[in-house]
Write a protein that binds this ligand. Structure first.
Ligand code: PMP
Length: 433
């Protein structure tokens, strides 16, 4: 008897195989398409604004490795720097001049950072910044905001409960309640709530950590008033203000969100762009605070691969490329052109839709108004987003596979690439309308 099976694509085959040895078949959850359904695409190569999957299909890529690929994939200068560095050895566990150079560059570009420590992931950067804030203040409590993601350190994995001044429960299994009992979760952009928190417990708050442009609940901008008040309250009460610019740093502009808003945090976490696609992240800030880090201070932190020479070479070359004249103007224009085009195309199909862009980051929402809170963002039409996502994927356009993520353009997303995307969206909106 002949068995008739529907033929499986290479992506399907790889996904089935991956699930045998890797939980869910992926090494980071959002890659698994759980939110949108279907088979994740297994990527074989990338160049400029594109990548190709295992079935040979080309996509215009709007995640750019979730931020790092700001100069476009496989930029020849970045690749050459990596190859040159690799030829000299991959890792030494001893300092190199390249680490000094990238530290100097980061301090020059982000003036609030007087000293910086390199790590290998955004998670390490925020986790270490928290430890430093606690070590420096001798206080335990931390404030974070609903919908902001700061990596997966235990004390930051807190259910985003919106109740006023309620302490959160862990969002993840395996995080003891004791570990998060000092984490206070407040509403993003809610000034009175923040004021209340400081009024009732200001002298026990070690730090406030915030994404000044939030990119982990789709794209939501902090209001300038919210960040200004946050800065004032932290100063008044001796709490450390940590800007998590892992995503928005070197993305919304050369000086990050802090330059855009004109607000100076005490500490900043960076990642993504500063590694140019290899694992580099960092935390830094006022020298007087950073001097509390080991080996000269009492706050411990370390890493076998921290400041890895190959990764630093990729990061340093990327930091040079983003300083070319007009880089951020081009990037911003591309994101705006995309959002405007998508919005017009949705309007033609009579679909409630709006979008926003900040520098090279963008968000789009299946709702009438741009959200300013987690709750408003969650109220978007998820079903329609999912149909749009899959429609665009069929058309060869890869947006983030979840409604809760921001999107990214690179310097290689030319007008022609954006217009091709908008034409595809026009067809998809008609189909899903
Ligand atoms: N902070 C922010 C704002 C992020 O967007 C992310 C990752 N998306 C992280 C921290 C964690 O970075 P990583 O995934 O490199 O650990």
């Amino acid at each position: 008897m002949t068995e008739h099976r529907p033929s499986m694509s290479k992506n399907d085959q790889l996904f089935a195989r991956a699930q045998q040895t890797t939980p869910g078949g992926v090494n980071s959850p959002v890659r698994a398409f759980r939110s949108v359904g279907g088979t994740p695409r297994f990527i074989t190569r990338a160049e400029g604004p594109y990548f190709w999957d295992a079935d040979g299909k080309r996509y215009i890529d709007y995640i750019g490795s979730w931020g790092p690929a700001i100069v476009g994939h496989a930029h020849p200068q970045v690749i050459k720097a990596v190859q040159d560095a690799a030829a000299n050895g991959l890792s030494f566990g001893a300092p190199t001049e390249g680490e000094i150079e990238i530290a100097e560059e980061i301090c020059r570009l982000v003036p609030s950072i007087e000293q910086v420590r390199l790590v290998s992931s955004g998670t390490e950067a925020t986790m270490s910044a928290l430890r430093l804030a606690r070590g420096a203040t001798g206080r335990d409590k931390i404030v974070k905001f609903e919908g902001c993601y700061h990596g997966h350190a235990d004390s930051l994995l807190v259910k985003a409960g919106s109740g006023l001044l309620t302490f959160g429960n862990p969002t993840s299994a395996g995080v003891p309640e004791d570990f998060v009992k000092h984490t206070l979760v407040l509403d993003y952009n809610n000034i009175p709530q923040l004021e209340d928190a400081f009024a009732s417990m200001g002298d026990t708050i070690a730090c406030v950590i915030v994404e000044p442009v939030a990119g982990n609940m789709n794209l939501i901008r902090a209001t300038p008033e919210f960040l200004t008040r946050m800065r004032e309250l932290c100063t008044e009460h001796g709490a450390v203000l940590i800007f998590d610019e892992v995503m928005c740093g070197f993305r919304v502009g050369l000086g990050g969100a802090q330059e855009m808003y004109g607000i100076t945090p005490d500490l900043t976490a960076l990642g993504k762009v500063i590694g140019g696609g290899l694992p580099v992240a960092a935390f830094g800030g006022r020298a007087e605070l950073m001097q509390k880090m080991a080996p000269i201070g009492p706050v411990y932190q370390a890493g076998t691969l921290s400041g890895n020479p190959v990764a630093v070479a990729a990061g340093m070359t990327t930091l040079k490329l983003i300083q070319e004249p007009g880089f951020y103007e081009r990037l911003g224009r591309a994101a705006e052109r995309l959002v405007k085009g998508l919005t017009e195309a949705a309007k033609e199909a009579d679909i409630p839709f709006c979008g926003d862009a900040v520098g090279g980051m963008f968000g789009f929402y299946f709702s009438h108004n741009i959200p300013s809170t987690y709750g408003q963002m969650m109220a978007g039409d998820k079903e329609r987003f999912n149909r749009f996502f899959h429609g665009m994927l069929d058309e060869g356009v890869y947006f983030a596979p979840a409604m809760f993520e921001a999107g990214f353009v690179s310097a290689q997303h030319t007008d022609a690439v954006i217009d091709e995307t908008i034409e595809a969206a026009r067809r998809v909106f008609k189909r899903i309308g």
